[in-house]
Design a protein around this ligand. Sequence first.
Ligand code: ADP
Ligand code: MG
Length: 236
Amino acid sequence: DAEDGPSRLRQRIVAKGSNVPPHCDTFNELVERYQMSTLLLSNLTQHGYTHPTGIQSYGIPILLESRDLAAISPTGTGKTLSYLLPVIASLGSPSSSANSDAGAGVRAIVVAPTRELAHQIHNECLKLAQGRKWRIVLFSKASAATLADKATRDKVVASLRSGGLELNNVRHLILDEADRMLDSEFFPQVEEILAACSHPTIQKAVFSATLPAGAEKMAMQMLDDPIRVVVGLKDT
Ligand code: ADP
Ligand code: MG
């Protein structure tokens, strides 16, 4: 059913953790429940996102309630929007004087294992942010750094150390395709980013299609009282 969005049917969804917030059946509900801006809602519909996918209907309320999240959902089920929408909604308006965080530097960071993936995430983010003057920056060397050559990785880590990339006001940290960054030779670089995100209130979430035991254990160490959502595709 094309109208239902990608892989929305035949899914089995399990959410575990303390005080799991109710899932949403429509994007509209987010406006009522969480005062999500109608601009974001119209950006969604304008880009053909009429109904939330399974991971979106569970993941978005969890992140909007400032909870940590481990989300496991198959490829193509819309994980990107599951974190970009609540992060952008939580940040509020870039120009609002009511928002004391405005102008405070980097407030959210998404880490992805390849340049190509980072590029796709950046494009999704630009779509959602249309109509507002967000500064959305693709650190292509940073994104490539986790899997690219050592020289590139060292450059990124050096820029963190020299204060070239201030992350001490980051309130949302997302690891996408987390199975490729946790429990891998690249984890030391992830750890450096984590360490640079020194603000006491930081929401963390990991997204992945699969989370093998080793990576899962590392995710659970990183997350604070997380909710774990698993989406399984039922056999057709
Ligand atoms: P994943 O990260 O889980 O592999 P993506 O976030 O890359 O999935 O999304 C897969 C595709 O589905 C993308 O083309 C995206 O634009 C589209 N998509 C995501 N959410 C929706 C939605 N709610 N309705 C329609 N299309 C969607
Ligand atoms: Mg993805």
